[in-house]
Design a protein around this ligand. Structure first.
Ligand SMILES: [Zn+2]
Length: 180
């Protein structure tokens, strides 16, 4: 089956047209649960998330929306570093487990840790899929499919909207040194 068809039906791109020009971090200034160091669970009422997050992040993370395929700046990014949950700062994936899936969304074959992700059966849209949520704040991230590369054979198909990326500092230093 076309992997394209496996992901949620897309909603009109209108909502996402400004997305790549927006920095997700702008929305986090008043986010009480956001932390890259604190691993305790973040439980906030829906109204609170709505106030804290950018509308597009809220739509994907809290209402299980799907971004338009090929719309994420992370889709073909090869930068070395770590991907975090845009809603709470939880570390989710390392760039060395990212691969080119050609499905239109950033794809990874393995999460950074077992606790990073929560798995939930999703039988919506007439499909049997496994939803992946952030292990810390339960934001919707995307789905996992069993057609990924080795060593796991899994493909974590994730909405770039709910990812924040931080470059690896060591790699960055090395890069700058080699290019100076
Ligand atoms: Zn989260």
């Amino acid at each position: 089956m076309d992997t394209y068809a496996l992901c949620n039906p897309c909603i009109p791109g209108l909502l996402f047209s400004y997305l790549n020009n927006k920095n997700n971090m702008d929305s986090l200034k008043n986010n009480p649960g956001y932390s890259k160091n604190d691993s305790s669970k973040v439980v906030l009422p829906d109204e609170e998330w709505k106030k804290i997050l950018l509308p597009v992040v809220y739509y994907i993370a809290r209402q299980k929306g799907t971004e338009r395929p090929w719309s994420s700046k992370f889709e073909d990014s090869k930068a070395i570093g770590t991907y975090y949950c845009a809603a709470c700062g939880n570390a989710l994936f390392k760039s060395d487990t990212k691969f080119e899936s050609a499905c239109g969304w950033p794809s990874f074959y393995e999460p950074i840790s077992k606790a990073a992700i929560i798995y939930t059966p999703d039988n919506t849209h007439g499909m049997h899929r496994t939803e992946v949520q952030c292990g810390r704040c339960k934001s919707h991230l995307g789905h996992v499919f069993e057609d990924g590369p080795q060593p796991t054979g899994l493909r974590y198909c994730v909405n770039g909207v709910v990812l924040d990326f931080e470059k690896a500092k060591e790699a960055e230093k090395k890069f700058n040194k080699n290019n100076s």
